[in-house]
Design a protein around this ligand. Structure first.
Ligand code: MN
Length: 235
């Protein structure tokens, strides 16, 4: 696929879904026309593979992006192709497993796209409307980070920590996602996601998940989080 410019990554062109949640995604996450069929494609990393060292090293990022994220893109496309075939055959015998596959691989693709793009080698501190929203909702940045860190560290098995915006109540929430799609609050918009599947940290941090979560807080792209919040507040 073509290399993406930084501008492509930050430019909002549409929305996707995690469960029933709308998300603000980079351009490359969208489906592309290919010979009449629409397929999801793997976005490039928005920085060099060693850009986040020492917090996340090149070995982890290379495998995480090129193998794991790519696998979710393939899985999502495969499930959607199977569903098309099922419609053409009028045979929905596999509808349960296919529906599960769309939610799992689709959420995996969305979350990894958000994850890689909510990291930055030299991030700015939270400020402006984002910081004000965090202070209003959590009582301060430190309190929010404390809750997000605790929720992320304590995910049972493989999953994600998430800061999200819930449009109905117009509030920020910290969510604890299991696998890629379980415990998602319908309608909430992911603003910041932290992957705690072992593949995200084990090569460097082994079983010390909390050390990884603490380290990754040094490379959170708060300006991107702020952009996602502004977009979510328009929903
Ligand atoms: Mn992952």
């Amino acid at each position: 696929m073509n290399a993406l410019s930084r501008r492509d990554w930050v430019k909002l062109v549409g929305s996707g879904a995690v469960g029933a949640a709308a998300v603000a995604l980079p351009a490359a996450c969208g489906a592309q026309e290919r010979g009449g069929a629409r397929e999801y494609t793997l976005p490039d990393l928005p920085y060099a593979v060693d850009a986040l060292e020492p917090h996340l090293d090149a070995g982890i990022l290379t495998i995480h992006h090129d193998k794991h994220h790519a696998g979710y893109v393939r899985g999502l496309n495969a499930a959607l192709n199977e569903l098309q075939s099922a419609r053409e055959r009028g045979d929905f015998g596999a509808i349960q497993s296919l529906s599960r596959a769309v939610a799992f691989h689709g959420s995996g693709h969305v979350l990894h796209t958000l994850y890689f793009s909510n990291l930055h080698p030299k991030p700015a501190r939270p400020s402006g409307a984002l910081l004000r929203a965090i202070e209003a909702q959590f009582g301060g940045l430190e309190a929010m980070v404390g809750q997000l860190t605790a929720a992320t560290n304590k995910v049972a098995g493989s999953g994600w920590g998430m800061l999200a915006y819930e449009p109905l109540g117009e509030r920020l929430l910290v969510l604890q996602i299991e696998k890629h799609e379980n415990q998602m609050l319908c309608g909430a918009v992911p603003l910041l996601v932290i992957d705690v599947w072992e593949h995200a940290y084990y090569l460097k941090y082994q079983n010390k998940r909390a050390d990884y979560v603490k380290a990754i807080m040094n490379v959170i792209h708060w300006d991107e989080v702020a952009r996602r919040l502004a977009q979510a507040q328009k929903l």
